[in-house]
Design a protein around this ligand. Structure first.
Ligand code: NAD
Length: 279
């Protein structure tokens, strides 16, 4: 549908089996792009007992199977040394970055503020907000220097537009990510670099597994039962009647990365089955 032949994409947070990042990387590769895929240290195992998942290497193999080149990079987006190395490795292998999908993120503490630790707060901000800043800064530098424009898509969240109780660290980080994205869009427009935020609704990934495991333990029930309870109660409020998939996100990311989206910048686009709408 799009022609990304000759384009190079960098996708962070791309090693998780059920994740949005992997879906985006595969879609961009299917459209012809070579893709550098980055994730933090250990391969991410999918939650439903699939312990054989091979993380970044598995995603790289999937990209190669589509006839595109892949570069798996282990990097922590909250660490500037890692981010600099990640971009350098991408440039060393592919020579440029046309498309950045800054997607790595964590769910945060999911607690009342009075129970949150400063350390946990800082961690959420470090990955979701500072990580976005560091990755966008490093990758946009190459786009600016090359003078051929570029596309930056940042994964924010509907939690960057609507706050929820007991999610204050996550909501604060994602509200800030949208503000950062909009500001950067204004700044980079003169370089013909589009910068937009993707705001997913609820996608069935592993991002919630941490608090779900803790909740299951404290209630003495299975993780799967909490997982289903959480997702099913959310779905009842989604007009479209289902949770989102990584592919739902990848379709919009591919569009935003394409020439078709040339005149779209500084937007935070909900992909949420109508969950957030003015009623
Ligand atoms: N799943 C949802 O319902 C949902 C909704 C709205 C927004 N999002 C956002 O989508 C993005 C992707 O999340 P997902 O749902 O696919 O979850 P996921 O856990 O499957 O993927 C997130 C990936 O980011 C990686 N990561 C975490 N910390 C990192 C770090 N410091 N450096 C590099 N990589 C790191 C993880 O290892 C993981 O592979 C996140 O930014 C998240 O906030 C998710």
């Amino acid at each position: 549908m799009y022609n990304f032949k000759g384009k190079v994409a960098l996708v962070t947070g791309a090693g998780s089996e059920a994740g949005i990042g992997r879906a985006c990387a595969l879609r961009l590769a299917a459209e012809g792009a070579d893709v550098a895929i980055a994730d933090i240290a250990a391969p991410k195992k999918a939650g439903r007992g699939k312990n054989r998942w091979g993380g970044l290497d598995a995603v790289a193999a999937e990209i190669a199977a589509k006839g595109r080149k892949a570069l798996p990079i282990v990097a922590d987006v909250s660490n500037n040394v890692d981010v600099q190395r990640m971009v350098k490795q991408t440039l060393d292998k592919f020579g440029k970055i046309d498309i950045l999908v800054s997607n790595a993120g964590i769910a945060g503490m999911r607690k009342p503020v009075r129970e949150m630790t400063e350390e946990g707060w800082n961690q959420t901000m470090a990955v979701n907000l500072t990580g976005t800043f560091l990755v966008c800064k490093a990758a946009s530098q190459n786009m600016i220097e090359r003078g051929k424009g570029g596309k930056i898509i940042v994964t924010a969240s509907i939690n960057g537009k609507r706050a929820w109780a007991e999610r204050s660290d996550y909501c604060a980080s994602k509200f800030a990510v949208i503000g950062f994205t909009n500001s950067l869009a204004g700044e980079l427009a003169k370089f013909k670099i589009n910068v937009n935020a993707l705001c997913p609704g609820l996608v069935e990934t592993d991002i919630h597994r941490g608090w779900i495991a803790a909740e299951a333990k404290s209630r003495g029930v299975s993780e799967e039962s909490i997982y289903r309870e959480y997702y099913d109660s959310f779905v009842s409020k989604v007009p479209w009647g289902r949770t989102a998939t990584g592919e739902d996100m990848a379709k919009v990311v591919a569009f935003l990365a394409s020439d078709e989206a040339e005149y779209i910048t500084g937007q935070a686009i909900n992909v949420d089955g109508g969950f957030v709408m003015e009623r």
